[in-house]
Write a protein that binds this ligand. Structure first.
Ligand code: ZN
Length: 289
């Protein structure tokens, strides 16, 4: 996961340009939900799909959670879901699928959901169908108490959510919480809430065990190691600009698994021996899987 920087003004302007009047309608709908104290809109009237392309573009056609690159608009729209970060309807309790044995609270289920956030633009992100349907579903694990009746993000922060919201600067930058050891995502912190946020984000989306993600990371590590070595070897001078472009591209936000690339390239520069081991592991992974 990475952060996609944008201000509220910039996001509102992009939405207004995409679909004039959408924001005003969203405001009206939210007022109605506030009066009804629930999200009661019929499926046929959902209108967040009208602004999905804004988020696809902002996220460079990538899934907010697994960082896979999908096809872009117009043909690739079907591959992206506009995900409600906090579920608009019922919230299901997530217990780690009874696999991880957490010794801390993960938040209760809630019948009503975050009804005031159904049309809040900072409750959206686009994700792949695997992340949205199979993993995220209606889960929203938190350490604190649910605040279902507010759309004030300062109050919502008090819920101490475990999942990390990647758009704008409302939340921690995901790269300050999750780093990589070769192809595997790991928490940057050893304990505390920041450790748990990383751990649960990795576990809930199974970011460390999904083979397609491991393969993408192995491919980029293999490529980055060769580019790094090319830059180091003086006799490869003619290839240096090419190697530099490979590194720049792998470490740019437009590229899949960029947080892994950045962590690995940092390691190349600071501890080349360990980086070489990870590159060999990545190579072995690709040759045996
Ligand atoms: Zn995904």
């Amino acid at each position: 996961m990475i952060r996609y920087p944008i201000t509220a003004t910039e996001l509102e302007a992009a939405i207004e340009q995409e679909k004039q009047g959408w924001l005003a309608k969203a405001k009206k709908k939210t007022s109605a939900f506030r009066r009804a104290k629930q999200f009661n809109e019929p499926d046929s009237q959902y209108s967040w799909g009208e602004i999905k392309d804004v988020f696809i573009r902002l996220q460079h056609n990538k899934c907010a959670f697994c960082d896979r690159l999908l096809s872009g608009p117009p043909y690739g729209r079907i591959e992206h879901d506009l995900e409600h970060f906090r579920p608009k309807k019922a919230v299901k309790a997530w217990n780690g699928n009874n696999t991880y044995g957490y010794r801390f609270a993960l938040g209760d289920a809630a019948e009503r959901g975050y009804y005031l956030l159904a049309y809040n633009i900072f409750n959206y992100a686009t994700s792949c169908k695997t992340c949205n349907t199979k993993f995220k579903a209606n889960y929203f694990p938190i350490a604190g108490t649910r605040r279902l009746t507010t759309d004030d993000f300062t109050l919502l922060k008090q819920e101490q959510p475990y999942l990390v919201y990647p758009l704008g600067n409302l939340d921690d930058d995901p790269e300050t919480l999750i780093t990589y050891r070769g192809i595997l995502p790991i928490p940057k912190y050893r304990n505390g809430h920041k450790y748990r946020r990383a751990r649960i984000t990795i576990d809930l989306f199974e970011l460390d065990s999904r083979e397609d993600l491991r393969r993408l990371r192995a491919e980029v590590i293999q490529k980055l190691w060769l580019a790094f070595r090319t830059l180091q070897q003086r006799r490869s001078k003619a290839d240096a600009p090419f190697a530099r472009r490979i590194i720049d591209c792998a470490c740019s936000p437009q590229t899949s698994q960029v947080a892994c690339s950045r962590a690995f390239y940092d390691l190349c520069q600071n501890d080349a021996n360990t980086a070489r081991l990870f590159a060999q592991e990545a190579d072995e992974y690709l040759c045996t899987n």
